[in-house]
Design a protein around this ligand. Structure first.
Ligand code: FAD
Length: 340
């Protein structure tokens, strides 16, 4: 992937510290980093070069958008043999598989054939965009999906398919992992107060320059102009949202989103519009939001409650939105509501 990067910008400064910002493009989306540092203590250009290095490495390992990534090479490999991968890829796959087990397969990183069939994911050259696939095509793709057909081991790190044609798509969780890696880099550089955002998912540590916690906006899940639902104070925590309202196509009055229910082979079509998760790591927050959305307002809520996941569910009720938060969310999240 080619990165388009902008220089670090000085965005605010106080007597003893300043807030610096870095931003750039990665994974088909953008990243933004803000951090508070003593003037002159951090070489922003060097830090940005290190950020790019981390992101480029993860792209080479986990992208399904480039033909030479580690994951694409595994996807082409036959079943039966262990395929050596980086510790990073194995770690992300292992985290995803653990969530798959806890969500009855609502999280399934082998969902790639269905994602493509529904015209999401990397371009396929198929001109039939915006037309739902046939039942026959869905049934055929479903035979190639199933997290139980994928094995992962850490020592040495490797993946193995139980059947040919299984593929791995880490789009639902790898951006969160990338944020955790960038947070680790910030800590390594001696930074304690920072916020890392990539594709809408965020991890924050410490405080802003004014001593207040980093506040992250949670969007109201409407496809039109961006509106705020609430804002959440984050300190040493991560937040991620999965929604059906940004990436979708419409056909004959029906909306088809990029979140696929592996049990049906179809995009989710219930009233639940978004799920926001707060967790220690961004990989956990990003990993949980998608399956909770798949499971829907009732099963998703019960699953999050059972596994002590701090989650907020927003669903459509006619023209208004209803909100439900798990006990873990209410216990850990300092939230400010915005006017409806
Ligand atoms: P999330 O809800 O976090 O994830 C949704 C995505 O997960 C879907 O788009 C689908 O791919 C997959 N998915 C759907 N249903 C399920 C399910 N039930 N279980 C598990 N997974 C499911 N995009 C580009 O356009 N260009 C790029 O060059 C590019 N490069 C990338 C490189 C890497 C390393 C990664 C990880 C992703 C890349 N992407 C790229 C993908 C892009 O970043 C994704 O759109 C994004 O990861 C999806 O995030 P989200 O927050 O929109 O949705």
């Amino acid at each position: 992937m080619r990165f388009v990067l902008l220089l670090g910008l000085l965005v605010a400064s106080g007597a003893r510290a300043e807030t610096l910002a870095l931003r750039g493009a990665t994974m088909g989306t953008t990243y933004h980093i803000k951090f508070v540092a003593e003037p002159g203590s951090i070489d922003a250009a060097r830090l940005q070069a290190d950020v790019e290095k981390v992101l480029a490495e993860i792209d080479r390992q986990m992208s399904t958008y480039r033909p030479d990534s580690e994951l694409i090479r595994f996807n082409r490999a036959p079943a039966g043999e262990w395929f050596a991968v980086s510790a990073a890829t194995a770690k992300v796959v292992a985290a995803a598989q653990a969530i798959s087990k806890k969500t009855d397969g609502a999280m399934d990183v082998t969902v790639g054939p269905l994602v493509r069939l529904w015209h999401f994911g990397p371009p396929t050259g198929d001109d039939n965009k915006f037309v739902p696939p046939t039942d026959k095509a869905i049934a055929a793709a479903r035979k190639r999906v199933g997290y139980q057909n994928l094995e992962v081991r850490m020592k040495p790190p490797a993946l193995r398919k139980k059947i040919d044609d299984i593929e791995v798509d880490l789009s639902s969780i790898a951006p969160g992992y990338a944020i955790d890696r960038l947070a680790r880099l910030m800590v390594k550089r001696g930074l304690k107060n920072f916020m890392v955002e990539l594709g809408g998912e965020v991890r924050a540590a410490g405080r802003r320059q004014d001593g207040q916690p980093w506040r992250i906006a949670v969007e109201r899940p409407s496809a039109g102009e961006r509106e705020l639902q609430s804002s959440v104070a984050l300190d040493n925590a991560s937040i991620a949202t999965a929604g059906d309202y940004r990436k979708f196509f419409e056909h004959q009055g029906r909306r088809f989103s990029h979140i696929i229910d592996p049990a049906t082979g179809r995009p989710v079509e219930h009233s639940l519009a978004s799920v926001t998760v707060v967790a220690d790591t961004c990989m956990a927050a990003d990993g949980w939001d998608t399956p909770l959305l798949v499971l829907g307002p009732e099963r998703g809520y019960e699953c999050a409650k059972k596994h002590n996941v701090a989650a907020m569910f927003i669903w459509r009720d006619g023209k208004k939105y209803d909100v439900r938060e798990t006990p873990a969310w209410r216990a850990r999240v300092n939230q400010r509501q915005h006017a409806q």
